[in-house]
Ligand binder design. Sequence first.
Ligand code: C2E
Ligand code: MG
Ligand code: MG
Ligand code: MG
Length: 287
Amino acid sequence: AAKSQGRGNFQFFSAAMNVATHERLMLENRLWLALEQHEFELYLQPQVRLADQAIIGAEALLRWHHPELGLVGPDRFIPIAEESGLILPLGEWVLQQAATLLAGWRARGLGHVRLAVNLSARQCHGAGLLPQLDRLLAEHGLEPALLELEITESAAMQDPERSRKLLRELRARGCKVAIDDFGTGYSSLSYLKLFEIDRIKIDRGFVKDIESDPNDAVIVAATIALAHSLGLSVVAEGVETAAQRDFLRAKQCEEGQGYLFARPMPAAQFEALLLADAAPADVAQAG
Ligand code: C2E
Ligand code: MG
Ligand code: MG
Ligand code: MG
């Protein structure tokens, strides 16, 4: 029985693998066309100041409008794009879009809103990033501090020396640098020692169980305190409940991002939200 079960499992595994391989090949083939066909869109997820829940910025999150599959999230195609090399032109497109958004906001009186962009490992270690950034900042006359670059610990640790130089160059231009998914890597503390950064983003995995797991609560509180003593600010990812927000606020975490505040949304919707968000404050001031 054990033997036949083992065999069955193998067949099941093999069939599942075929589906995965098939999907992968299908996505990969289509991915190269997708950029030309304008199938990508940057969604924006608000980042709020926890003290008063004002929207102070957003993170740009890539979406793919696949002609048959509908809206496809980045976890399904970024790894493929990364392996196949498409991530380089795709990453350039993302930065270009981000610069256009920032320029548009400024023109509409929303010139204080910050935009965070995710960088992939390959983008960080290639030679094209800084020249492109310089071009975009100059072309659109952008305030560099409004552009934040997010890099994960694992991406930075692939080539620590090179990353250290890159982050220094980014900050020399006045751009902000954040560590994404903080705490999920193997060397979070060495990262803080090695790299010059502005902010850390506490991974959603720690925020999720703040209320139920005393260890996670301690880790999050200690991480915030550590960041502050190093002069860094903190964004908490994946804030879904009022209790999580209240805990983070009590620990002086500056900002939050998560479904409690808003889900990632198309840029037009984010802009409408910003304008609505600004309105009550103006009224309060006028009154
Ligand atoms: P990330 O940078 O850590 O982005 C946060 C992810 O958490 C987003 O997933 C967001 O939708 C999700 N999220 C936000 N709030 C909540 C919440 O309250 N609950 C839950 N369950 N999830 C929440 P998304 O959009 O699927 O992106 C996944 C990852 O794909 C990102 O993780 C980032 O690593 C990568 N990615 C997205 N856009 C880009 C891009 O333009 N370039 C690169 N290189 N990577 C990107
Ligand atoms: Mg991110
Ligand atoms: Mg993250
Ligand atoms: Mg992530």
